[in-house]
Design a protein around this ligand. Structure first.
Ligand code: FAD
Length: 117
């Protein structure tokens, strides 16, 4: 089958959005079980990502830069960093990871705030 770059890029955008939005909602103080769940999710995401060559590259990235799952900041910073590694390989502009804070909104209201307060 021929590669369809438009569909591949759309899958990438959707996947990055999901990944970064999950990080933005990850607990600031996760339990050991939360951290294990996120680490496992990322590893399975890398294994099952439906673009085979993307998955292979991403698995190598994970081996080099293991997922950081000790806090929301650590997880969001890690995801931004590895996305930038992919951007660099694809010759795309790099994202300023200091601006990751409010960039990813799940659109699901203020329940995260309520949990914190
Ligand atoms: P995307 O990279 O999809 O980013 C979407 C938006 O996220 C950007 O517009 C920007 O607002 C924001 N953003 C950009 N950088 C960051 C960052 N560092 N942190 C947070 N937000 C950011 N494509 C290939 O052709 N070959 C591959 O090997 C490949 N591997 C991939 C591996 C994975 C795990 C994923 C999820 C995708 C992969 N892709 C690959 C797809 C590729 O990364 C892009 O998603 C796709 O090319 C569309 O690019 P885009 O320019 O729309 O921006």
């Amino acid at each position: 089958k021929l590669e369809n770059a438009t569909i591949k890029a759309e899958l990438g955008r959707s996947s990055w959005r999901l990944l970064h939005t999950m990080m933005a909602r990850f607990p600031e103080k996760p339990t050991a079980d939360d951290s294990l769940a996120l680490k496992t999710y990322i590893q399975l995401f890398a294994r099952l990502y439906p673009c085979g060559d993307c998955a292979a590259h991403f698995q190598k990235l994970l081996a080099k830069y293991p997922p950081q799952v000790s806090s929301r900041n650590a997880a969001a910073g890690w995801a931004c960093f590895v996305h930038n590694e992919v951007n660099a390989r694809l010759k795309k502009p790099l994202f300023d990871c200091n601006n990751i804070g409010d960039f990813y909104d799940c659109g699901c209201g203020d329940d995260d705030k309520k949990k914190k307060d």
